[in-house]
Ligand binder design. Structure first.
Ligand code: ATP
Length: 246
C-alpha cells in the first residue's frame, strides 16, 4: 500500500459523559475513495468531526500527510490540506455560486485560486453556467456539487464527505455520484460517509463498517457487500441502508 495521506489510530471521542468512538483505526491513501458505512448513531459524523478538529480526540492519533495533527485547531488542519463537505451541504444561500467557491479557497494566492476556480468550473459545467446565481436558487444536487467544488477550492489532500446522497432524488444521487467518482482524477483522498451502502459501494473500492463507535469490518466493497454483518444491516434497519438505488 502507498503511504496513507490520512491515518487515524486508536481514536476515542465523545460528548460529555458519552463516549461515541472507542478506538477507531482507519487510513486513506492518495487518489483513493474509501467509504465508511454504518447505521444511525454509529458514530460516523462524530468520526468526521474529530478528524476535522471540530471535536477533540480524547485518545488516539490523527496523521495528515505524515504530520500529527491531533491537537491542531480546525483552521490549521484546513490549511494543511483537510477539507470537509458537511451533511446538509450548508452553502451560503444568498452568496453567488462563484462567491461560495471563493470562500472555499480563502487565504490562497490569487493565481492558485484562479486556476482552481477554472478547474472546478471545468469539472462542474453546471456551476459555471450558474456562476452569478445565488446558491440558494440551486437544486439540492447542484448545491451538493457546489459544496464539493468549494472543498476542492482549498486544493485539499483529503476530502471528508458526510452523507452526500442524503435527501437527494435518485437522479441527483446519480449525478452527485458521478462527481464523486471523478474526484479520483484529483490527488485528493476521499473519505465518504454514507448511510446508503449501495451508493457507497459503487463509489468506493474499499470501506469500513462502523458499529457503535467501533470498526467492525475493513474490506473491499465487494467483500463488504457479501459480509453477513453488512447484509443484516441492509435488511434489518429502517435507516435507509441499502434501500435506495442509484
Ligand atoms: P447519523 O447517520 O444519524 O448522523 P452517525 O453514525 O453519524 O449517525 P453520530 O451522529 O456520530 O452518528 O452519533 C454517534 C453517537 O453520538 C450517538 O449516540 C449520538 O446520539 C451521539 N451524539 C451525536 N452528536 C451529539 C451531540 N452533539 N451531543 C451529544 N451526543 C451526540
Amino acid at each position: 500500500m502507498t503511504d496513507p495521506i490520512l491515518h487515524v489510530s486508536g481514536l476515542v471521542a465523545g460528548y460529555g459523559g458519552l463516549e461515541a468512538l472507542h478506538g477507531v483505526d482507519l487510513h486513506v491513501a492518495a487518489g483513493e475513495i474509501v467509504c465508511l458505512i454504518g447505521r444511525n448513531g454509529a458514530g460516523k459524523t462524530t468520526l468526521l468531526k474529530t478528524i476535522a478538529g471540530l471535536l477533540p480526540a480524547r485518545a488516539g492519533r490523527i496523521r495528515l500527510q505524515g504530520r500529527d495533527v491531533t491537537a491542531w485547531p480546525v483552521q490549521r488542519r484546513h490549511r494543511a490540506g483537510l477539507a470537509s463537505v458537511p451533511e446538509g451541504r450548508r452553502v451560503f444561500a444568498s452568496l453567488t455560486v462563484r462567491d461560495n467557491l471563493l470562500v472555499g479557497g480563502y487565504g490562497r494566492p490569487r493565481r492558485a485560486l484562479t486556476a482552481t476556480l477554472d478547474d472546478v468550473y471545468g469539472r462542474f459545467p453546471r456551476l459555471a453556467e450558474r456562476s452569478e446565481q445565488p446558491a440558494g436558487t440551486l437544486s439540492g444536487g447542484e448545491q451538493q456539487m457546489l459544496a464539493i467544488g468549494r472543498a476542492l477550492m482549498s486544493g485539499p489532500a483529503v476530502i471528508l464527505l458526510d452523507e452526500p446522497s442524503l435527501g437527494l432524488a435518485p437522479q441527483a444521487v446519480a449525478r452527485v455520484g458521478a462527481v464523486i467518482s471523478a474526484l479520483r482524477g484529483t490527488r485528493a483522498a476521499v473519505l465518504l460517509v454514507e448511510q446508503n451502502a449501495d451508493v457507497a459501494f459503487r463509489l468506493a473500492a474499499r470501506g469500513y463498517l462502523l458499529e457503535r463507535g467501533r470498526i467492525r469490518a475493513s474490506a473491499t466493497s465487494a467483500a463488504l457487500r457479501r459480509d453477513p454483518r453488512v447484509r443484516s444491516a441492509y435488511l434489518g434497519t429502517e435507516s435507509g441502508l441499502g434501500k435506495t438505488t442509484l
